[in-house]
Ligand binder design. Sequence first.
Ligand SMILES: Nc1ncnc2c1ncn2[C@@H]1O[C@H](COP(=O)(O)OP(=O)(O)O)[C@@H](O)[C@H]1O
Ligand SMILES: [Mg+2]
Length: 257
Amino acid sequence: MEAGKGTEDVFNVHGLHLYINDRVILKDITFKVPNNSVFGIMGPSGSGKSTLLKVLNRLIEIYDGEIKVEGKVLYFGKDVFQMEASKLRKEVGMVFQIPNPFHHLSIYDNIAYPLKSHGIKDKREIMRIVEESLRKVRLWDEVHDRLHAPASHLSGGQQQRLTIARALALRPKVLLMDEPTSMIDVVSAQAIEQLITELKKEMTIVLVSHNPQQVKRVADYVAFLYNGKLVEWGPTEEIFDSPRNELTQKYVVGLID
Ligand SMILES: Nc1ncnc2c1ncn2[C@@H]1O[C@H](COP(=O)(O)OP(=O)(O)O)[C@@H](O)[C@H]1O
Ligand SMILES: [Mg+2]
């Protein structure tokens, strides 16, 4: 089957243990992310959500000290640790909690620059993708008359929509989002939640959130992490309406934060 098509799982994580500087951070994690779904990862602060997300496109290798991995992490059936990292990261894009546009670059160049570095040179084609990407994230109407202003002039919520536009411009198969709405205004947060549910027609989203209500609103599947362990995962309705584990029961009604 061609990668990205059909019902094949996007990620298949089995028995994953992750150690950073010899300390175990993730313990025996097993789950599958179906194609064209929104897969939520929820859990209290420090439970390992960001770490797990960064394993999926191997950003973990860049920032986090010495890592050791046991178990398997497959992306469309391929071991991510055997793949070329740059190819993996082009297909598996990332949006962080704190909006991180290239502050000194213009709104236009925030999107154009990564396109150019991936070999797209035609100016009209670049302009077309810039407009399309900004429209997708509902930023076009707010910025079309100042595309050459620096990204630092935008509000936090606008900056976050810009970083999503930047990621979408590269046409990823998967978008990893690490608490993308926790630092921004309510209106931008709602726009992003709505966008997430639209995007799953064309890609797969893995959404980390410490807000179970957000996960309930947008995710098709959800995994609950606690203290580096995956307590349970499954279809969102099942996890919220009939959780098997007592910890999950407490978490979804807000008794654990
Ligand atoms: N680079 C690192 N070095 C050492 N410990 C880390 C590193 N990154 C995360 N941790 C630890 O791993 C655990 C999980 O962190 P994290 O994945 O950031 O949790 P969450 O995103 O759920 O808040 C925490 O105890 C954190 O201190
Ligand atoms: Mg985190």
